[in-house]
Design a protein around this ligand. Structure first.
Ligand SMILES: C[S@@+](CC[C@H](N)C(=O)[O-])C[C@H]1O[C@@H](n2cnc3c(N)ncnc32)[C@H](O)[C@@H]1O
Length: 337
């Protein structure tokens, strides 16, 4: 790493610098600063500052950056101060969706796609049609958007204690074309709800308070504390959510909770003591425990739907506007729906 952490290499960047020279100057600066994905970061930031996409960059590499050079230099400086690229450009790709992120929300992690994948596999296997999904601690709405995208007949409610996060989640539902099948509520876990859901998911804050200060700077300095802090042992949110599940979950409902890599036994015990069958743990792509899945112990497996039920369900789908869903889930009028 160079003495100034790579910043001196940005000095070459002026209005007459070509796009390709600018991209290379950023890549050199990031590499000199020891950033692991220097080339990719340089490309993404160059495109963001110039308002172009990768194809434009490849098509016209010799075009001068012009006045946007100053903006590009500023984005590069932020990256050199270890601000994540997703935060700088305000966008994160999750489950094939382009989601807005801001200071109110956790930057959705690829690990969380493990939860989306596991739930979709089980939901599709059940063959149910009009599933109702509840996402507790929805943040940017990443999990909810991913599930609604994979289950075109489903409806969802996302809850978050942060009003800023709720606003971001709503914008993401609109931008992804999913807002007609979803609602976002601001509140404490499921307190504002009295409906039943077929699937309850959550990626709650699960970092033990004492470990937050030693997290990677890119996490610690930019993700909101409310999204990270799981209390003394990291399990506070699971203890808060578990006793609420029984009153919100349909008889054959499924619960999926993201966990930290060492929390499978503790979270399974918490969920088990709330009346759930012995939970199953799913690993992420790196082989770490990542998701605890559980069903209610009293769950009777559903019989295949009769023709009358099927007709009823598709009629329900036809009239399912946001207002109809609100009624169906009996959402509290004061919940900020
Ligand atoms: C780890 S983040 C997960 C965000 C998003 N679901 C994701 O996977 O990217 C946890 C979320 O829980 C929210 N949260 C924390 N305490 C809460 C509470 N008591 N009630 C509702 N949401 C809460 C935070 O604001 C944060 O958005």
């Amino acid at each position: 790493m160079t003495r100034d952490g790579g910043g001196e290499r940005l000095g070459r960047l002026g209005p007459a610098t070509t796009r390709e020279q600018a991209r290379r100057a950023l890549a050199d600066a990031f590499e000199a600063a020891g950033l692991p994905c220097a080339g990719l970061d340089a490309r993404v930031l160059t495109c963001a500052a110039l308002g172009i996409d990768h194809a434009d960059l490849v098509r016209e590499p010799d075009r001068a950056v012009g006045p946007a050079g100053e903006a590009l230099r500023e984005l590069a400086r932020r990256r050199l101060r270890r601000e994540p690229v997703s935060r700088i450009v305000g966008v994160r790709e999750f489950w094939g969706l382009r989601l807005e992120i801001d200071r109110h929300v956790l930057d959705p992690r690829p690990d969380t796609e493990t939860l989306v994948e596991a739930v979709l596999a089980r939901a599709v296997a059940r063959g149910a049609e009009t599933l109702r999904i509840l996402d507790l601690g929805t943040g940017s709405g990443a999990i909810l958007c991913g599930l609604l995208r994979g289950l075109p007949e489903a409806f969802g409610v996302g809850v978050d204690a942060s009003a800023g996060a709720c606003a971001t989640a709503r914008r993401n539902l609109i931008a992804t074309g999913l807002s007609g099948r979803a609602a976002i509520l601001c509140g404490n876990w499921s307190d504002a709800l009295c409906g039943r859901f077929d699937i309850i998911v959550s990626n709650p804050p699960y970092i033990p308070s004492s470990e937050i200060g030693s997290l990677d700077e890119e996490v610690f300095a930019h993700d909101p504390l409310l999204a990270l802090d799981g209390g003394e042992d990291g399990l506070d949110a699971y203890r808060a959510i578990a006793p609420r599940l029984a009153s919100c979950l349909a008889a054959d409902g499924l619960v999926a909770l993201e966990i930290g890599a060492t929390q499978s036994a503790s979270v399974s015990a918490i969920i088990g003591s709330a009346g759930f069958s012995p939970p199953e743990t799913v690993r992420d792509l790196a082989g770490r425990d990542r998701v605890v899945l559980a069903e209610r112990e009293d769950a009777a497996r559903p019989q295949p739907a009769s023709r009358t039920e099927k007709v009823g369900r598709s009629a329900a789908r036809r009239v399912a506007t946001e207002g109809a869903m609100r009624q169906r889930l009996a959402l509290s009028a004061s919940s900020g729906f």
